[in-house]
Design a protein around this ligand. Structure first.
Ligand code: SF4
Length: 217
């Protein structure tokens, strides 16, 4: 596991993607990004994120925003009606219940609309530097390919428990590395195994090699 983690971190330092939400300590900006990143691609978020932050980058700005205008602004992400309601309501709650400061506790974070365990832990890890694991669909896909692990969904306790061990000490770059590997290399169709840093330790790739050997290809 240590070797796999090192391979991911080393690959990320050379080939990882840069996004504005990865290079800020502003917890509110990170929370906005993580809420936007659910069920869409990082590229789609990147296209509108910086302008959104200029317009709605403070708790007061977003709390007083018109939900319909926010919805139109983020329509390219999909789920814009729900997402815009969640964003504006979350800002209002942070303003009224948390003195306009993003809370750092998991319980407080998951009490916000549109914030589940993944987003809460992403904010705790990336903004507040808590050593906490993350599990989402991309991570499950990666675990399936590399370790042949099949977890039912991202709420599965065993998946969280596995990542608690495998991901420790839970550096943000480790999670960014997995996210980028799944987006760029370990694609759901036509994985680019020949470019993959974890190929030497990947179950899926090793099984493929074994099959090719057996069939004489
Ligand atoms: S070696 Fe292939 S299957 Fe394994 S993680 Fe890399 S890209 Fe995915």
């Amino acid at each position: 596991m240590n070797r796999t983690r090192s391979l991911i971190l080393s690959w990320f330092s050379s080939f990882g993607r840069s996004f504005p939400w990865r290079s800020t300590d502003n917890a509110f900006h990170i929370l906005i990004a993580e809420m936007m990143l659910r069920r869409t691609t990082a590229q789609a978020v990147a296209r509108l994120y910086s302008d959104f932050i200029v317009e709605y980058g403070t708790v007061d700005q977003l709390a007083s925003a018109n939900v319909e205008i926010v919805s139109t602004t983020i329509s390219s992400l999909g789920l814009q009606n729900t997402r815009s309601k969640h964003l504006v309501t979350t800002a209002k709650i942070i303003q009224s219940d948390f003195d306009s400061l993003v809370p750092s506790g998991e319980k407080d974070l998951v009490s916000l609309p549109g914030v589940g365990k993944y987003v809460a832990n992403a904010v705790r890890n990336f903004a507040f530097h808590y050593s906490v694991p993350l599990v989402d669909g991309n991570i499950l896909h990666f675990l399936n390919r590399v370790f042949s692990l099949q977890f039912k969904n991202a709420y599965n306790e065993q998946a969280w428990s596995f990542m608690n061990t495998f991901g420790a000490p839970h550096k943000p770059q480790f999670y960014f590395g997995i996210i980028d590997l799944v987006s760029l290399v370990c694609l759901r169709k036509n994985s680019r195994c020949e470019e993959c840093p974890v190929r030497p330790v990947c179950d899926s790739s090793l099984k493929g090699m074994q099959k090719r050997k057996e069939s004489g290809c």
